[in-house]
Design a protein around this ligand. Structure first.
Ligand SMILES: NC(=O)c1ccc[n+]([C@@H]2O[C@H](COP(=O)([O-])OP(=O)(O)OC[C@H]3O[C@@H](n4cnc5c(N)ncnc54)[C@H](OP(=O)(O)O)[C@@H]3O)[C@@H](O)[C@H]2O)c1
Length: 251
């Protein structure tokens, strides 16, 4: 790939949720754009295989359970080099009406979707592991801005990600570190499969019919993420960008 404003040549990007769905595709697209990635996840086989198959000598996968918040400082201290970008794609969903609010459920979803990135990002900053001009992307959801039934706990974590990304963007602007979030609509991954198992195919088909361009595929999110990681987006910061095949724009 030729170096241009859209390429990621000579950049290394840290990606959580790198082992499945959207995060896995983000790693693949980073490599295609000429960059290196350090992918984090628990089930590392698929990504490890991709690295070996494509001889991505500058990229690697690190097995880590983000529930171990207290060990995140070790993960950061073992990072081989300073990074030029950071994507938080790790996430779990939870479906239950808010009148069944349960503190333990709230804590477990919050730990992965929100707390882990707060600790990880602050460790990266404190240990000066992020280069000037870096770009950071949090994967949020349209659930943060639309009140879908049963999505309360998930919405709390995603709305918080959107809010905090703007604070980071402001605080880090002097270092030219940009921070944005992306709010995807429904994308076909293990997470959407899990939703179909939990709800039903009929309910999912009704939902799918509300998407003018149908449900998305991981690449529909990964390519815009690569754009946000590249120099081509150097004037974009503090934004939450909806990518949903038109779902939230039409009556
Ligand atoms: N799919 C959608 O429709 C959709 C829509 C809007 C937003 N999103 C958001 O997009 C992001 C990616 O979702 P996806 O659809 O790609 O889901 P996915 O295929 O289920 O992937 C989730 C990722 O999160 C990682 N993860 C979960 N728990 C973890 C833990 N305890 N420690 C470390 N990693 C953990 C998983 O890694 P392991 O499996 O290796 O543990 C996996 O790589 C999430 O933040 C999700 O909320 C998805």
């Amino acid at each position: 790939m030729k170096d241009n404003n859209f390429s990621l040549i000579s950049k290394t990007i840290l990606v959580t949720g790198a082992t499945s769905g959207i995060g896995l595709e983000i790693c693949k697209q980073i490599a295609i754009a000429g960059g290196n990635f350090i992918g984090i996840g628990r089930n590392v086989e698929k990504l490890q295989h991709y690295i070996e198959e494509h001889s991505l000598v500058g990229s690697k996968v690190v097995k880590f359970d983000l529930v171990e918040i207290e060990n995140i400082h070790l993960l950061v201290s073992e990072l081989p080099i300073k990074i030029d970008g950071f994507v938080h794609s790790a996430g779990i969903a939870h479906v239950s009406p808010m009148h069944f609010f349960n503190y333990n459920d709230y804590e477990s979803i919050r730990k992965i979707n929100l707390d882990s990135v707060l600790v990880l990002f602050s460790e990266l900053l404190k240990n000066k592991k992020i280069n000037k001009n870096a770009s950071v992307v949090f994967i949020s959801s349209i659930s943060a801005i639309r009140g879908a039934k049963g999505n309360g706990l998930y919405a709390i974590t995603k709305a918080a990600l959107d809010g905090i990304s703007k604070v980071y963007a402001n605080e880090l602007s002097s270092k030219h570190i940009r921070v944005n979030s992306i709010q995807p609509g429904m994308v076909e991954t293990d997470m959407s499969k899990q939703a179909e198992t939990l709800l039903s195919k009929e309910i999912m088909d009704i939902d799918r019919s509300k998407y003018p361009l149908g449900y998305g595929e991981p690449k529909d999110i990964a390519l815009p993420v690569v754009f946000l990681l590249s120099n081509a987006s150097k004037w974009i910061t503090g934004q939450s960008i909806v990518i949903d095949g038109g779902r939230t724009s039409f009556l």
